[in-house]
Design a protein around this ligand. Sequence first.
Ligand SMILES: C[S@@+](CC[C@H](N)C(=O)[O-])C[C@H]1O[C@@H](n2cnc3c(N)ncnc32)[C@H](O)[C@@H]1O
Length: 400
Amino acid sequence: MSLYTQLQQAKSEEDVKDAYIKALGLKAYTKGLIDIQSKEIWFEAKDTGKTSTYAMFTQLLHYVQVALDKGEEIPPFLAVIDTEKAALMKTADVLVFLKKKTIKWGKSASQYTQEALDEVSTHIGTHFVSFRIATHEDEFISTVKAAIKSGDIIRTQITPDNLKQVFDKWVAMVGREINGINEEDYALLFFADIMHDGKVSTHDNLPAELLHKNDAPVFTLGGKVYELGNKEGYRQFWAIYHKPPKAEYRNYLLERRDSLIPLDERSFKGAYYTPLHVVDKAYDKLTETLGKNWQKDYIVWDMCCGVGNLEVKHSNPRNIYMSTLDEADVDVMKATKTCVAATRFQYDYLNDDITDDGKIDYSLTNKVPETLRKAIAEGKKILVLINPPYAEAMNRENTA
Ligand SMILES: C[S@@+](CC[C@H](N)C(=O)[O-])C[C@H]1O[C@@H](n2cnc3c(N)ncnc32)[C@H](O)[C@@H]1O
């Protein structure tokens, strides 16, 4: 049973503590005045979600202050937990502040004064990482476990395995706060956001860009600037996740934009990337059928190339023309330096350049490069290599 389900069934503070102890796999701990006390972390627990994180930390810091005054050992981390949320911080971030002994605590930890709450809140402001258990249970558990192991609060990495979940959470916490943006553009802003280390972007020429204005993040897309309404979700999101993703994952993540497109739009466009094992098979068949020199002998035109997987294994990219419906896919290929020597362009092969009487006239849009038009006109050997979109496709294996 998940931690969140267990918390929803909790009838007492004891149940809440036990649910967290089990989920975090805590072994050596005691329960007492400090709700859960282990060598690494002290926890303050509540049996509802009504008390604020600040109020819970104020109570916990009272115990830390008492222990400090007595010269007792204190743990490297402090956590507050309840049925809805949890937060973690490093004790080192409050030590200097507590050592000043300026806070007027109440008679007991639970009877804290408004003054103590205000002072603690101001000080701990951005030092803790908070988690909504309903949506970030896994991240909370792995962050606490990693903290115990490493002695540091390590943010969760964005990887191919959690990309979709991270994106959905980004939409809920950040995307919905961006004023005036269309839902179908969330994925582009998401990539601009994650592929940025706070100072510079990891890729040039991404379709959207993250910038900073008056110290706040803003996004640009298609020449327009998009600002965040409430910035708290943004702060909380990036307190949980690490960015940018590891270098080895970056291009792969960008190329998986198809997996983030809303399902109905994706089925409509048949926007499923071609898995590389399918590309291998296709190349084997082509060699079998056209001979081992086909990559040299044929000009290739993939007119629905998406992010270009079908061409990445081609050894002669100068012989390749790649076009596709979404300009953003062309931008992703440019940013990830996919088939740099190939000619890549936006083109709707089912609608562009079709005359009223159903003929093809490349001069209508002038999108098809002159060299390709000439090769077609001269009757050169052209291989149309495509994994076409099928509107009815329900999974990507069907389209391959
Ligand atoms: C099955 S996917 C091919 C994926 C591609 N081989 C890859 O690995 O990314 C089909 C692609 O065709 C594109 N597409 C759909 N309709 C199109 C059209 N009318 N003209 C050009 N491309 C189109 C979709 O956006 C999608 O990227």
